[in-house]
Write a protein that binds this ligand. Structure first.
Ligand code: SAM
Length: 310
């Protein structure tokens, strides 16, 4: 039987997003990081989460460093344009000079020409749980940071970080499922979803917001997957919806209209990620959803509730 691959993820988060990070990791990997390290057989692009600093595809895992070298002698790696590095987050109590010695011993076993400045592949070494790990190291490219500067955004738009996270939570990291953001505003989740390769669509009742959302998508060379439409007229069905519910502080909306939005989300999607500024559990439950997971994101005086409903 073919052994499945094993990945080590290095995780980091600001304290106020710890709960969101844990919810996202549970949704993608079915487990949480321990001491900011997550081990999984699931291969997830580290650049698709703001919380993943890097991914190490573990090629060798040994108690003794010498055994890593023996493995490299046995399974010779022939590679050009590579770089070797020590994973800082997994340096344990190994001093800088010691790390250099370990790396040169590994470098001696690899057949090929390194390229320190612009490598095609980065190989890395580190120590985790008293074991040496060696493998292919891919860092988060942080390209999503460029999405923070959109042509159009509002004070009530989701942050890029929250938008990316809720798309991953809605999809459980699965690129094949269909997602709808029926109240998509200026398209924050659509920009993040499409740039990560998800099948995501948006509707928006305000013509101005729809146009601004389309401008945002065009700016990042993404498909204009947004329609100017009242969500209550949606006919298609989706695996997941992301509902950043209109809220009294920013728009004129009654409790009944909020309930109607959640009821329609129930009609068009099996699963809903509900984002609110107040506790609306009773509305999700009234529409027939069961709340299966949740988190709170607090930033300054803002408190956002994120519910996973099925
Ligand atoms: C909280 S905002 C969403 C903000 C969005 N997540 C963003 O980052 O830009 C809620 C949006 O729902 C839209 N909306 C309200 N009722 C709607 C309906 N029945 N159908 C579609 N959109 C609706 C509002 O125009 C508003 O843009």
């Amino acid at each position: 039987m073919k052994e499945s691959k094993k990945f080590l993820y290095i995780i980091n988060y600001p304290t106020f997003e710890e709960e969101l990070c844990m919810l996202e990791m549970r949704s993608i990997f079915n487990t949480e990081p321990k001491d900011k390290i997550l081990i999984s057989n699931i291969d997830f692009n580290p650049s698709y989460s703001t919380f993943i600093k890097s991914q190490l595809e573990i090629l060798n895992e040994e108690e003794n460093f010498e055994d890593i070298l023996k493995k490299l002698e046995k399974d010779i790696i022939t590679l050009d344009d590579f770089r070797l590095e020590f994973i800082k987050a997994l340096k344990g109590d190994i001093s800088y000079s010691e790390r250099f010695v370990y790396l040169s011993k590994i470098g001696d076993k690899i057949v090929g020409v390194p390229d320190i400045k612009s490598p095609k592949l980065v190989l890395a070494l580190g120590k985790y749980n008293e074991k040496w790990v060696f493998g292919i190291h891919e860092k988060n490219d942080k390209l999503w940071i460029t999405h923070e500067k959109k042509p159009c955004s509002y004070s009530n738009s989701l942050s890029v970080r929250v938008a990316k996270s809720v798309v991953n939570i809605a999809a459980n990291g699965d690129k094949n499922i269909k997602i709808i953001d029926p109240c998509c505003g200026v398209g924050t989740t659509i920009v993040e979803g499409l740039s990560m390769g998800y099948k995501i669509w948006g509707t928006e009742i305000s013509e101005k917001n729809t146009n601004n959302a389309k401008r945002n998508l065009k700016f990042f060379n993404l498909e204009p997957r947004i329609t100017h439409q009242d969500m209550h007229t949606i006919k298609e069905n989706y695996n997941s919806s992301i509902v950043d519910i209109p809220y009294g502080l920013f728009s004129h909306i009654t409790k009944d209209q909020q309930q109607d939005i959640i009821d329609t989300a129930r009609r068009i999607s099996k699963k809903m990620i509900l984002i609110t500024f107040e506790d609306l559990d009773h509305m999700a439950e009234k529409s027939g959803f069961k709340i299966v997971d949740r988190c709170i994101v607090i930033k300054g005086s803002f408190k956002r509730y994120i519910l996973v409903c099925e």
